[in-house]
Design a binder for this molecule. Structure first.
Ligand code: F6R
Length: 268
């Protein structure tokens, strides 16, 4: 069943009480027909492009341009994590065929070195690990904001949310790693979901404006538990999207069905 998935993505989001909402996700009746059209919290899917099939770069990006809200670009330096993946150059390549916002996830020991390069590329979201921001957080967040871009902070599974309290009201996005950073296809760390719940409660209580993202191993196996925690953005990588089929259109259809089966919500 298409349920509008092959149509251009819905752009009618609005902000209610600081939380982005849109009719994109709607309740599903048992018989599979959509009845309840109440507006619910919008959930975004952001593909992690380090897990895409580079042989099919143009085909996959062209398809996803009409179905997702942003792209997740993992940049690693081989030191902060024992891997090297995408780079600012890759962002330039995606830009040639997409006007969607891009979110750079910096898994690097020296974020200062990378932030200016990403600013020069006008990368819409620049996300830095909290664990390497000590003594740099305010300067780098200001630098990103002064360039008219959005600043994000990423927390490893072991990092408590209290670590970012000194600057939490300044950040536009908080990403909770639900796997150890560095690789696709790792085991989901369930206890990290408590941080998503806590960040939602804190946002409501204090009126903060950040969006909450989860990153790592979101798939049929974990959609239900993630949905209960309630992030705004799901990073989908190999386990939830690209690894499902060689054909991106089929992968997307399977991912939508998986999400709907496990959460009872419809992606239209
Ligand atoms: O930051 C990372 C890895 O450090 C993620 O963005 C991965 O790209 C994603 O986790 C891969 O997808 P999965 O295979 O985990 O679903």
């Amino acid at each position: 069943m298409c349920r509008g998935r092959k149509c251009k993505r819905n752009n009618t989001s609005e902000l209610v009480d600081g939380v982005t909402t849109s009719p994109t996700i709607i309740s599903k009746e048992n018989n599979g027909f959509v009845e309840d059209k109440q507006i619910m919290r919008k959930v975004e899917f952001s593909p992690s492009l380090m897990t895409m099939d580079l042989d099919k770069f143009k085909e996959q990006i062209t398809f996803l341009n009409n179905h997702v809200d942003s792209y997740h670009i993992d940049i690693m330096d081989g030191h902060y994590v024992p891997n090297i993946t995408l780079s600012p150059w890759f962002i330039e390549e995606v830009r040639k065929i997409s006007d969607l916002p891009m979110s750079a996830h910096l898994m690097v020991t020296d974020p200062s070195f990378w932030v200016q390069q990403l600013i020069d590329l006008k990368c819409e979201w620049i996300c830095m690990h909290a664990e390497v921001l000590d003594g740099l957080a305010f300067r780098l967040i200001d630098q990103i904001h002064d360039a008219g871009l959005k600043a994000g902070v990423v927390l490893n599974p072991e990092t408590p949310i209290e670590t970012i309290f000194p600057y939490i009201e300044l950040v536009d996005k908080i990403t909770i790693m639900t796997v150890d950073p560095g690789f696709a296809g790792q085991r989901f760390i369930e206890s990290t979901l408590d941080k998503i719940v806590a960040l939602r409660e804190l946002r409501e209580e204090k009126g903060y404006q950040y969006v909450i993202e989860m990153d790592g191993s979101s798939s049929r196996k974990t959609f239900k538990r993630i949905d209960e925690a309630g992030p705004d953005i799901y990073i989908v990588g190999r386990s939830g999207l690209f690894g499902l089929d060689e054909d991106i259109e089929k992968s997307w259809e399977i991912m939508c069905n998986d999400y709907e089966d496990m959460t009872g919500k419809v992606i239209s």
